[in-house]
Design a protein around this ligand. Structure first.
Ligand code: IMP
Ligand code: MG
Length: 332
């Protein structure tokens, strides 16, 4: 499978980071390339008991052999990126496209002070205002940044030739399908389309270059910021189910609802999913934490997964059963 695109099926925070990191290690990915909006994303990866968070670098960074790239559609916060490169020690395998847009302090200020953006409940990372400037063709690009000069490479060219050589390429999406500017709950959405087609465009590959589209769902739905959430639970109910989560970028409490079959089906359609992953099964069924074989799951958990498969018409090929990278049932 040379090229797999991974996207979120709900409102972000489905656990894509962990899934991508697992796939990168397991399949020995040659290249991982980030699409999506920018540093408004927060991906959490737990590896050897240590929790890592990324906002700019691909989550595949835990796989040492994988080259890490950021496609031209992605916005960069230079400080955040350089800090991550330093912390994760990935200087010799990080590459950035010259056409990536740059977020500056005025974008961040506007994101935090504009009353309409406050109403939407953005992450205040400057991505919306930076994309607006880009659409107005007055934004700066990575090619204008002296600090990024040593990382600049033609990312679409590298990614396409890597696929042509049959190397294993992971294309990492961010946010989730229903935060898409086009397909989400407008105006309570992010500043770009984030479905699989858009993620491909972000990194410069056409639809025919993609072998698999993996859509990641969580075993329940969460949403940070404003906007509709069907079946939203009261805070107390969320707590008693053990579904309480906090945003990894903003620290905000995430709103929660049970798994939503209608959204999942629509997400599969919008992304032309060929594969589905389900994360955090252990949060709904604590006794199944850490299991790595489907036949070892409790009958309740099996029934839960089988029911999802029946409703959405797709096999759940990858199941997350814990925080660690290897807490996974891989049925691909
Ligand atoms: P923005 O992307 O910062 O403009 O925020 C727009 C909406 O998308 C807000 O509701 C954010 O909470 C949400 N959002 C943006 N990025 C993420 C993400 O990575 N995970 C979850 N929600 C996000
Ligand atoms: Mg997140």
């Amino acid at each position: 499978m040379p090229c797999t695109v991974i996207v979120g099926g709900f409102f972000g925070d489905e656990g894509k980071g962990k899934i991508v990191a697992y796939l990168a290690k397991k399949d020995k990915a040659d290249v991982a390339v980030r699409g999506g909006v920018g540093p408004n994303a927060g991906h959490t990866i737990t590896f050897h008991g240590k929790e890592h968070k990324t906002r700019m670098l691909p989550s595949a960074l835990v796989s040492n052999q994988t080259r890490l790239m950021i496609g031209p559609g992605v916005l960069i916060n230079v400080n955040v990126l350089l800090e991550e490169i330093k912390n994760f020690n990935t200087k010799d395998r990080t590459f950035v496209d010259p056409q990536c847009g740059i977020i500056d302090s005025t974008h961040i200020h506007e994101d935090a002070s504009d009353s309409n953006l406050q109403r939407i409940g953005t992450t205040r990372t400057g991505t919306g205002p930076a994309n607006a400037d880009r659409a107005l063709r007055k934004g700066f690009l990575a090619r204008d940044s002296v600090e990024l000069s040593e990382y600049l490479q033609d990312i679409p060219r590298i990614v396409n030739s890597s696929i042509d050589r049959d190397e294993t390429v992971l294309v990492e999406g961010t946010q989730g399908t229903f935060l898409s500017l086009y397909h989400g709950t407008y105006p309570f959405v992010t500043s770009k389309d984030v479905t699989a087609s858009a993620i491909c465009s972000d990194v410069g590959i056409g639809p025919k270059k993609v072998s698999e589209v993996l859509v990641v769902f969580k075993a329940y739905v969460t949403r940070v910021g404003s906007g509709p959430l069907e079946g939203e639970l009261e805070k107390e109910e969320t707590t008693s189910k053990g579904w309480t989560e906090f945003g990894s970028v903003t620290g905000r409490l995430r709103r929660a609802s049970p798994f939503n079959f209608e959204l999942a089906k629509r997400s599969i359609m919008l992304n032309s999913a060929t594969q589905v992953a389900l994360t955090k099964l252990d949060i709904v069924f604590p006794s199944d934490a850490g299991k790595t074989a489907f036949n070892k799951l409790s009958s309740d958990a099996k029934r839960f997964v089988n029911n999802i498969e029946k409703e959405i018409g797709k096999k759940v090929a990858v199941i997350g059963t814990g925080q660690e990278l290897d807490d996974i049932i891989d049925r691909r």
